[in-house]
Design a protein around this ligand. Structure first.
Ligand code: HEM
Length: 358
């Protein structure tokens, strides 16, 4: 026990300062549900970079703008790796996605292909068309129908973001009444709740050998969540037409077929599981972050009506009421741009970013 305790408290020399914590669990029990606020407090004591033991994981926390910029912007490939966790492995079917996988040639290939597909179907004018055609009409319809009465925006934001991503990934959107949309909402809520709880084995890896309900729940919910995406992927594969590549899924299948035809070593990196995981990443990472930011925007606009009026006046002045905003209007809407930045700062949806590994 003494040796185990000493080993669990060991830190290599040269690590930044930080709380010592307790044997085995480290500082896990001194953290609250608002870990980002705990880290701000620890930053006041230990500075912009400190070390903290989270169970068996020795983590270095960057708590300073310049340091974060150096790590994530100036040296992105040094910090592109991800630590392996049990949840990560379950959710990515063995680290076959982009967001949670380590930095290696498979990751680079998938990231490159996903970027190319997003550039091809959701950048510039194509992004504007996606938003104008998929997000705007359901909002406009709901506002007209509400006739000035209070309106619940949550479902509508889920629908609009779902439709933009649905069109990008699979070439179609849904309506509020669609059974498929209702099922998507239910799956997304269950998935977010289960994933949000995490697994004790993520911080104490030896616990993965002990059967736990939380692990079984995560396996079950990820199976449920991936099934519809897998079905849509297979439908796309059956109907694939190389002369009509219309969405991100077609694009990924095209790259898979090219690798098979050319017989290159990329074949084993472009399995169906890898491609479905890329779609899950784009869809999953896009939905929660964007809809929550939109939900908060309404809360703050209601809370600060003077800001709401100034934003509306600026949009009226620059864009007018005869057309929808374009990306090129952004530089002419400095107040609105600042309000969005402030909103993402004060109600950041990912306050800790995603952990990286050297
Ligand atoms: C308000 C909206 C959003 C916020 C705040 C947000 C935030 C983030 C953050 C903090 C990361 C981790 C970056 C890193 O560790 O380097 C990330 C990764 C990612 N996001 Fe978003 N995101 C948003 C919208 C979207 C949308 C709309 C999409 C899809 C179209 C998307 C897809 C992804 C993907 C695929 C990754 C993984 C990238 C990688 O690991 O290389 N996100 N996002």
């Amino acid at each position: 026990m003494v040796l185990l305790s000493a080993w669990s408290l060991y830190r290599p020399t040269g690590m930044p300062p930080g709380p010592r914590g307790f044997p085995v669990v480290g500082s896990l029990f001194s953290l609250t549900a608002n870990i980002h606020l705990d880290f701000i407090k620890l930053g006041k004591k230990y500075g912009g970079i400190f070390t903290i033991k989270l169970g068996s994981n020795l983590a270095v926390v960057l708590n300073d703008y310049e340091l974060i910029k150096e790590a994530l912007v100036k040296k992105p490939t040094d910090f592109a790796g991800r630590p392996r966790t049990l949840s990560g492995e379950i959710l990515t079917e063995g680290c076959k996605d982009i967001a949670q996988s380590d930095y290696n040639s498979t990751w680079k290939l998938h990231r490159k292909i996903a970027h190319q597909a997003i550039r091809a179907y959701a950048s510039g004018e194509k992004l504007e068309r996606l938003v104008h055609e998929q997000a705007f009409p359901p909002l406009q319809e709901a506002l007209e129908e509400s006739d000035g009465k209070p309106l619940q925006m949550k479902q509508l934001f889920m629908l609009t973001v779902n439709n933009v991503l649905g069109k990008l990934c699979f070439g179609h959107g849904l309506t509020l009444e669609d059974p498929e949309f209702k099922a998507t909402v239910q799956i997304f809520d269950d998935y977010s709740e289960t994933v949000g709880k995490g697994l004790i084995a993520d911080v104490l890896p030896f616990m993965k050998y002990i059967p736990m309900k939380a692990t079984d729940d995560l396996v079950r919910i990820s199976e449920q969540a991936f099934a519809p995406w897998r079905t849509k992927f297979m439908e796309h594969k059956e109907k694939y037409d190389k002369d009509n590549i219309k969405d991100l899924t077609d694009y990924l299948i095209q790259e898979q077929k090219k690798a098979v035809e050319e017989g290159v070593g990329d074949i084993e990196k472009l399995t169906d599981t890898h491609l479905v995981q890329t779609i899950v990443d784009v869809y999953g990472a896009g939905i929660g972050s964007t809809k929550e930011t939109m939900n908060w925007s309404v809360v703050y606009m209601v809370r600060y009506p003077d800001v709401q009026t100034k934003v509306a006046m600026e949009i009226d002045d620059v864009v007018g009421r005869d057309r929808l905003p374009l990306l090129s209007d952004r530089s002419k809407l400095p107040y609105y741009d600042a309000v969005i930045h402030e909103l993402m700062r004060i109600r950041t949806v990912l306050p800790l970013a995603v952990p990286t590994k050297l």
